[in-house]
Design a protein around this ligand. Sequence first.
Ligand code: TXA
Ligand code: MG
Length: 325
Amino acid sequence: MKTRVVSTGTKGGYVEEAVRWLTKGEVVALPTETVYGLAADALNPVACARIFEAKGRPLYNPLIVHLPTADWLTSLCTFPQFAQRLVEAFWPGPLTLVLPRTSMVPDIVTAGQDTVAVRISAHPVFQEIVQRLERPLAAPSANRFGRISPTRAVHVLSELNGRIPLVVDGGPCLHGIESTIVSLQEDRLFLHRNGPITREELEIFSPVEDPLGKVMTPGSLKSHYAPKTPCQFWDGAPPPSGIRTGLLAWQASGEDFTVVVHLSHRRDLREAAAKLFVSLRKLDAYGVELILVERLPKQEGLGAAIMERLTKATLASRKYFFSYG
Ligand code: TXA
Ligand code: MG
């Protein structure tokens, strides 16, 4: 299959082309305000199966459903009154709600669970396409399973070229990290994945609890965000001698390193989140033998979301042949 990339900067046509593929039950990579998503008609199980196939994603890992409008909520799920306040405050935007599903949602989308994850994307290109289609779109991040989420169209292409018919290039994603995921159980709110909507923002509406017992977000169990290069947290010591080592830096100057990539020279958490995945990819592409990652000092707000992903990247990557730090 040949993969076409269409830019939203060029005149017209991309909405119709995306809608045409989606109507045929195909998958299309689309920009969202968080990361690029690999979208398919959420009510068409065969189309959704293509998402799993293209990503190499195991079927036990459920998909997020992106709604054209909030009216769809009542068709796809049941929700406590209190969900309404979160919807009003944060939608469209990077907050995903896990709610009890109805039978309209195909089993493949929920991996057989009795809940479904839903959100409305705030990205104007995504919105236009999903509203024109007039059907919800299932869309996980548009990377191969276990790899770093794509924040630019070239990242999507580097992982899925030849496996999908179309990538809509809407430029770099605003937030650069995936949506915050919460589940609502009666009047309790559980935070499953940190993201652009912070714990502190959610606490304005409700006490925020950590998930009970077994982790409910299957994707959060597995290794994620794996760079190809071994990747570990840095303990502040000089890099090992004779080994080309890259530093993903927060505030260190990293003089002794082969290459240093700063998340944000201004130490601005929004900028750091937006540059997180592109920075990991840059270090991977540089051809160093080891990537060391400086910890963020404060883990509040977006800092928690960034550290959650960095921790997974270090856990998911191959280990260097000797233990460092
Ligand atoms: O920002 C985002 O959320 C992006 C864009 C494309 O919307 N999507 C995204 O999807 O990050 P994905 O599939 O890479 O991550 C979704 C996570 C997975 O860890 C999955 O296990 C979890 O959401 N999830 C989906 N449905 C769920 C459910 N019913 N219960 C619990 N977790 C669920
Ligand atoms: Mg993902």
